[in-house]
Design a protein around this ligand. Structure first.
Ligand code: XLS
Ligand code: MG
Length: 365
């Protein structure tokens, strides 16, 4: 299967600013970002509509920017695989978009999302992905979480309806995150999102986009998060990156930490033949300069390719194969005489198996 690699435009346009420090890189034009991706072997991108079209642009300006982007996409062969909105930066949504206590702000949020959905459609995006970064709380006394969920339900129903009414060939997805920038976000993990989707009018139209760093922030096993989405037939996209535990949202380059977690996520995607784009949502270090951003891009892709190769090596390793065959045999009734009760306790070769993963990852095997 040919894999598609993709990057959030916001990742390569990111200027290195953080809550404590000013940007360290100059601005990057979104069209140049698309060309740069193509030049580095990347076939696709995701974007926030506002990465291309500043909020408040007039319709004629929007159309002009879309025309230019489409031309650049045709010239480079790069496609758009998902669109979203970065409305979370706008102060008006500081207490939430869809969950705001102000009906006026909730309407504005829907307006903003529908405008971004139009942009996604015009760019040919098959997915509209929502990470509702402000849909959370620090002060639970100010809003019942049940009201928040009902408002989210109404909001997602309205957006799914809009897409259907417009006749757009676009699915909707939710990207969970447990916290940051809000103290707590309401749609916090894949499990929460799957439960929530079941309450929508058309659950079949909505899926989930897990991000590895977000699972790590929640203290969860990213491969298990992805597995739940796959199992439910709801893996509409994925955001690959890395994150060390008990920290702020680091968005490290894929491969920059947690190699084993990355390995098991890649193993799942490859073994399940998941056809979707492998999207990287990470940020170059603040110490990286404009050119170094492409080193970051190449590093993410190469990390995925190396881990995919390690998955193949794991599958073909004779000792691993033997152990996995033995494990499979326990599943049949005939060999059960070796197991408890009555027989000797089962010997689990997991120590060796786990060590073999390490040997394979370290290239010592
Ligand atoms: C933030 C999210 C964000 C989304 C796109 O933590 O990962 O970057 O993926 O809005
Ligand atoms: Mg993300």
């Amino acid at each position: 299967m040919k894999r598609t690699f993709s990057f959030g435009l916001w990742t390569i346009m990111h200027r290195g600013g953080d809550p404590f420090g000013a940007p360290t890189r100059g601005p990057r034009d979104p069209l140049d970002a698309i060309s740069g991706l193509a030049a580095h072997g990347v076939q696709a991108f995701e974007l926030h509509a506002e990465d291309l079209i500043p909020w408040g642009s007039r319709l004629a300006e929007r159309d002009d920017l879309i025309r230019k982007a489409r031309r650049r996409m045709e010239d480079t062969g790069v496609v758009c695989v998902a669109c979203g909105s970065d409305m979370f930066v706008d102060p008006v949504f500081k207490d939430g978009g869809m969950v705001s206590n102000e009906a006026r702000v909730r309407s504005l949020a829907i307006e903003r999302y529908t405008a971004a959905i139009d942009v996604g459609h015009l760019l040919g995006a098959p997915l509209f992905n929502i990470w509702g970064g402000r849909d959370g709380a620090e002060v639970d006394a100010g809003r019942s979480p049940i009201d928040a969920l009902k408002r989210l339900r109404d909001g997602f129903n309205a957006l799914a309806d809009y897409i259907a009414r417009q006749g757009y060939a676009m699915r909707l997805s939710i990207e969970p995150k447990p916290n940051e920038p809000r103290g707590d976000l309401y749609l916090s993990t894949v499990g929460h999102v799957l439960g929530f989707i079941a309450t929508l009018d058309h659950p079949e139209r909505v899926g989930v986009v897990p991000e590895l760093a977000h699972a790590a922030l929640a203290g969860l096993n990213p491969a298990h998060e992805v597995a739940h989405a796959l199992y439910a037939g709801k893996l509409f996209g994925i955001h690959l990156n890395a994150q060390r535990p008990l920290r702020f949202d680091q968005d490290l380059r894929f491969g920059g930490a947690n190699l084993k977690d990355g390995f098991f996520v890649v193993k799942l995607l490859e073994e399940e033949d998941w056809p979707g784009p492998r999207t990287f949502d990470a940020r170059p270090y603040r110490t990286t300069d404009e050119q170094g951003v492409w080193v970051f891009v190449e590093g993410c892709i190469r990390a995925y390719q190396i881990l995919a190769e390690k998955v193949r090596q794991f599958r073909d390793d004779p000792e691993v194969r033997q152990i996995l065959q033995d494990i499979k045999r326990w599943d049949t009734a005939e060999v059960d005489e070796a197991a408890e009760p009555g027989g000797a306790p089962r010997v689990f070769p997991y120590e060796r198996l786990d060590h073999l993963v390490l040997e394979i990852l370290m290239g010592t095997r």
